[in-house]
Write a protein that binds this ligand. Structure first.
Ligand code: GTB
Length: 224
């Protein structure tokens, strides 16, 4: 008798109802995109805000958030670690050349450690501090910090398509981070970065990932 070894698909978690209303800004999107880039099928378990804080989910994610990733006995949290894991296990997101691979990983850290924090801080201020008397002054400061990073990133990218040679997991994370500014108007001064984002989101893998997360929102909006 022939035995077929069919491993279960990796399973990620995502918002049952994403507050971004299907704009693909929640961090499951970067994991979906990475899986699509490498051609790995996956399952999704949708979780409510309440369920995220329950022990069953906290056993997967100590901070009670999405995304998580489960695969054949391995459970991961932190979107950057999940994308790195996917990139290390499959071809397509990290170069075979050791130095190029190390540089791409540096860009992954840069996206999450250097570019994302001022963007998140600005978003948090807009959400939670807009009624404070010092809000306008603070927003100016936060805008300046974001502009500093965008200017530096734009200069480095120059007229290249991607941050370091071929498209990599570094570009994938950087673009998901930059996309969070799309409605802010701050990208308007950086045509180089806007073109970079446009190039990345035109990738078929991105389009599939975006459509998958949008389908969750549409289904929930229609189905209640
Ligand atoms: N560092 C972690 C990672 O990279 O995985 C951060 C994970 C995280 O912030 N998860 C968020 C979450 O679970 C969802 S992505 N939040 C629920 C909670 O903490 O209780 C962050 C996010 C949320 C909403 C939007 N949006 O509406 O535009 C965008 C991004």
């Amino acid at each position: 008798m022939t035995q077929t070894n069919t491993l279960p698909l990796p399973t990620i978690t995502a918002f049952e109802r994403s507050p971004d209303r299907g704009r693909g800004l929640a961090r499951d999107s970067r994991v979906r995109w990475a899986l699509e880039e490498v051609g790995q099928a996956y399952d999704v378990r949708l979780v409510s805000f309440a369920a995220m804080k329950q022990p069953a989910h906290k056993a997967l994610h100590p901070f009670g958030q999405i995304p998580t990733y489960e695969e054949n006995g391995l459970t991961l949290f932190e979107s950057g670690a999940i994308v790195l894991h996917i990139a290390e296990r499959h071809a397509g997101l990290l170069s075979g050349d050791a130095n190029a691979r190390a540089r791409a990983i540096a860009w992954m850290f840069a996206a999450l450690n250097t570019v994302e924090p001022p963007i998140i801080e600005r978003t948090m201020a807009m959400l939670f501090e807009h009624d404070k008397p010092w809000y306008a002054e603070r927003l100016t400061l936060l805008d300046e910090r974001v502009h500093a990073r965008l200017g530096e990133l734009s200069s480095r990218l120059g007229d290249a398509d991607w941050l370091d040679g071929e498209f990599s997991a570094g570009d994938l994370l950087m673009v998901t981070v930059l996309r969070r500014l799309e409605s802010s108007g701050l990208l308007a001064n950086y045509p180089t970065l806007s073109a970079y984002i446009a190039r990345a989101v035109a990738r078929p893998a991105y389009q599939r990932a975006f459509a998958a997360q949008l389908a969750v929102f549409t289904e929930k909006a229609v189905g209640g």
